[in-house]
Write a protein that binds this ligand. Structure first.
Ligand code: TYD
Ligand code: MG
Length: 455
């Protein structure tokens, strides 16, 4: 019997090495090498050419533009994230942690697409499980076709036979090709399967949604490679203990990546949250110290979100720092600025920060609310409930202007806020239009004086 040849493959970038090595020489990741059996036959996976297309270079004018209307799903949040619906032949990768609701979301989309032919292939759940889930969602069953399959060749054949408008595959990690001898979920399998699906999607104009698992570091499991191949990468995130879920676009060849969709998970599936602006404000923080409200913008939509902080004396030598929903490095930077520029001895304090609703917000305009919540807890002095904040803090303690300030002001005013703190350097805004008290401040010490009468 011929000796089986094996090779070690980096699960992060696909680099191959004949021996195991601890750190990938190609991408620099540690501990990513696993042994895989070398492929016996290489699959023919070349360029993505539509039928009849020549391999000769052409000018733009020579390309026939076939008008391909986007496929609008019944889910407005999903359409929004994609930049106005799915593109025929587009390959979407939907990543997310286990149990976050990926299968629920795609099943809902499949069932809502009544006018289109949808093929749902699951390698994770049985047909009975799918039926049970569909019943739970309360959607009409419609004509969506279901199949349980994990062999790539069969997936491709069935898809070519049925010629659906949309193929849903749950998940790419469970699919494997017979011509590759490594196990399902390994980088060679994932890459080759995705390439084969991509080729089919492009040549036949079939839109595809592939579900991808996320590894413990929070990246799409294994391959960055996968993100390069597909047209759109969506990230499904949220805290499993909270009801809110967010779909973000990380990469989109057909639209912007600014948009996000917000959902609420309840007993009968995911419900769209079309007006998120006030949902993340708690009703019962009257007179409590340590909370501040940020007027933030995610994608194109403004909303107000509550920031909670707790500052207490450190019990041990090294103070504890923890942030949920906010970048901890950013928080540490803000604490350093508070220490150096405003003289607060926070380095000997434990600081805990939490963003309401289990959401993660990256908007730099959160800084002002974060600092205000921390100071409020530190002094144990509450901030008036009708006060909002929108400003970025620079390393020298200056308050810097942020984008879309008019939208933030309008939203805060709409939700009944009476005062808002913004940067003094905000330009080109007609403040008279707003019926909300606008504090324009330039530095941290001014903020402290205005809010707490100190300094
Ligand atoms: P699921 O879609 O299976 O997650 P994933 O495919 O990302 O692993 O959803 C898992 C969770 O969603 C499950 O723990 C239960 C919850 N859920 C609801 O709360 N309501 C529902 O209607 C459904 C179908 C699921
Ligand atoms: Mg699932």
């Amino acid at each position: 019997m011929a000796k089986v040849k094996t090779v070690f493959v980096c699960q992060s970038c696909g680099y191959q090495s004949p021996k195991w090595i601890g750190r990938c020489t190609s991408c620099g990741e540690w501990n990513t090498f696993t042994e895989e059996i070398q492929r016996s036959a290489s699959v023919q996976l070349g360029t993505v050419l539509a039928p009849g297309q020549s391999a000769r270079p052409v000018t733009l004018d020579e390309i026939n533009l076939v008008e391909m209307p986007r496929i609008l799903t019944g889910d407005t949040e999903f359409n929004r994230v994609l930049g106005g619906g799915m593109v025929p032949g587009g390959l979407i990768l939907l990543g997310g942690e286990p149990g976050i609701g990926k299968s629920t979301l795609v099943l809902q989309i499949a069932l809502q697409l009544k006018e289109r032919k949808v093929l749902y292939i699951s390698g994770e759940e049985s047909l009975q499980q799918l039926r049970m889930r569909a019943d739970r969602l309360g959607e009409k069953h419609g004509k969506c076709l279901f199949l349980c399959e994990t062999r790539l060749e069969e997936v491709l054949a069935q898809t070519e036979r049925e010629m659906p408008d949309l193929l849903i595959l749950d998940s790419i990690q469970t699919i494997s090709s017979e011509s590759i001898e490594s196990t399902a979920g390994s980088i060679s399998q994932i890459r080759e399967c995705t390439l084969a699906l991509m080729k089919l999607a492009k040549s036949r104009g079939i839109s595809m949604i592939l579900i991808g698992h996320i590894n413990k570091e929070g990246n799409l499991a294994g391959p960055k490679v996968l993100e390069h191949i597909v047209d759109t990468v969506l990230q499904f995130e949220g805290d499993r203990n909270h009801v809110y879920r967010i779909v973000r676009s990380v990469k989109n060849r057909f639209g912007s990546t600014d948009e996000m969709g917000i959902y609420e998970m309840n007993q009968s599936g995911l419900k769209e949250v079309t007006n998120p602006s006030g949902m993340l404000l708690s009703e019962h923080n009257e007179g409590l110290s340590g909370t501040a409200t940020a007027a933030t913008v995610e994608g194109m939509r403004p909303f107000l979100i509550e920031v909670q902080a707790l500052v207490s004396s450190a019990a041990y030598g090294t103070p504890q720092r923890s942030a949920t929903g906010f970048d901890i490095r950013r928080m540490n930077m803000l604490l350093a600025v508070l220490e150096k520029r405003a003289g607060f001895k926070l380095m000997v304090k434990d600081v805990f920060l939490n963003i309401a609703g289990g959401l993660r917000v990256d908007d730099p305009a959160m800084d002002l609310a974060v600092v205000s919540a921390i100071l409020s807890s530190n002094f144990d002095l509450p901030i008036a409930k009708e006060t909002a904040f929108a400003g970025e803090i620079g390393l020298s303690g200056e308050i810097r202007p942020v984008s879309r300030i008019e939208q933030r002001l309008a939203e805060a005013q709409k939700l009944g806020f009476r005062e808002i703190y913004i940067s003094k350097y905000t330009k080109g805004v007609d403040f008279k239009r707003f019926d909300i008290r606008i504090h324009q401040i330039e530095r941290l010490d001014k903020l402290v004086r205005s809010l707490f009468g100190k300094g």
